[in-house]
Design a protein around this ligand. Structure first.
Ligand SMILES: [Zn+2]
Length: 290
């Protein structure tokens, strides 16, 4: 399981290192051969690891780089699994993944800072509802292989993040222009997001535990989405237990979604087909990159 975009970015040396997953030694060997064909080295974690991206099944992490020593070092010291948990290890690993320093610092500060849970929600809410977010920085579609980078930019106006993601987009365009065009289209689709606010956890968990609807359509006015299709995009296991996701699946019944302060209405042409009550400011947030 390798993200195609990460693979291209690593091949073009834009990312010093990428991390992927595999479930068996056999799958790892296939990955190693593929990497060798592109001038890259692959090293796998010594033991199987449970990872949210692998759902319930355990798998190996795979570390890929042009630099063999870097791949080996990161396989040994991945702070998420094997590291000592100190900040310098986390910073070194994040830098190896190619992320801008300002974005790494902001991610760490928000996750570990002294802000209350309420305050963190507010910071994230403000960040994702900002106007004029360039589509190149849309990191909400990583799970479906469409985001140019997984990391959280320090803001959706960060010039370092923008320049980094732009280079990755150019590399993807060189390798696969049709794929690049599809990425561009997807990253600009409107989304409706429920931030998980049921627990007082770290800021990063609010992002990872979110529930998200992706609309194949366009945003008309501030609160109305016209669409052909709606897809419930991603749910990690530790999702908000108070929220019934079945409600969202029914969005596919209609073709117009209107979001009000206290409810979401789904219409099939002019007929209302579904009403979803919203009693939390951090639920049903429209997010659209341009
Ligand atoms: Zn930044």
């Amino acid at each position: 399981m390798l993200q195609k975009i990460d693979f291209i970015a690593t091949k073009y040396a834009l990312k010093p290192l990428m991390r992927g997953h595999c479930f068996s030694q056999k799958e790892f060997i296939t990955i190693r051969i593929l990497c060798g064909n592109h001038g890259l080295t692959a090293v796998r974690s010594a033991i199987k690891i449970k990872n949210p991206a692998l759902e319930e099944e355990k798998g190996y992490c795979v570390y890929i780089s042009k630099d063999k020593r870097l791949a080996q070092k990161c396989a040994n010291e991945d702070p998420e699994y094997a590291g000592s948990g100190d900040l310098s290890g986390l910073k070194y690993f994040s830098k190896s993944l190619g992320y801008p320093e300002c974005c790494i610092d902001s991610y760490i500060n928000l996750g570990l800072g002294n802000l209350s849970g309420e305050k963190k929600k507010e910071v994230i809410f403000k960040k994702i509802t900002r106007n004029n977010k360039p589509f190149l920085l849309n990191n909400f579609l990583y799970g479906m292989g469409m985001s140019l980078s997984f990391y959280e930019p320090c803001s959706y106006g960060c010039k370092y993040a923008l320049s980094y993601n732009k280079k990755i987009m150019e590399a993807v365009r060189k390798e696969d222009p049709l794929f690049a065009a599809r990425i561009r289209e997807y990253l600009q689709l409107p989304m409706l997001i429920w931030l998980n606010v049921s627990e007082n956890s770290s800021a990063n968990d609010f992002f990872h535990n979110r529930i998200q609807l992706l609309f194949k359509g366009s945003l008309k006015r501030q609160n109305t989405i016209y669409y052909e299709k709606a897809a419930l995009y991603r749910k990690f296991p530790r999702c908000n237990p108070t929220f019934d996701e079945g409600q969202l699946e029914e969005a596919s019944l209609g073709n117009i979604c209107k979001v009000y302060k206290d409810r979401v209405m789904i219409f099939d042409r002019n007929t209302a087909v579904k009403e979803i009550k919203v009693d939390n400011k951090y639920h049903a947030v429209i997010v659209k990159f341009n």
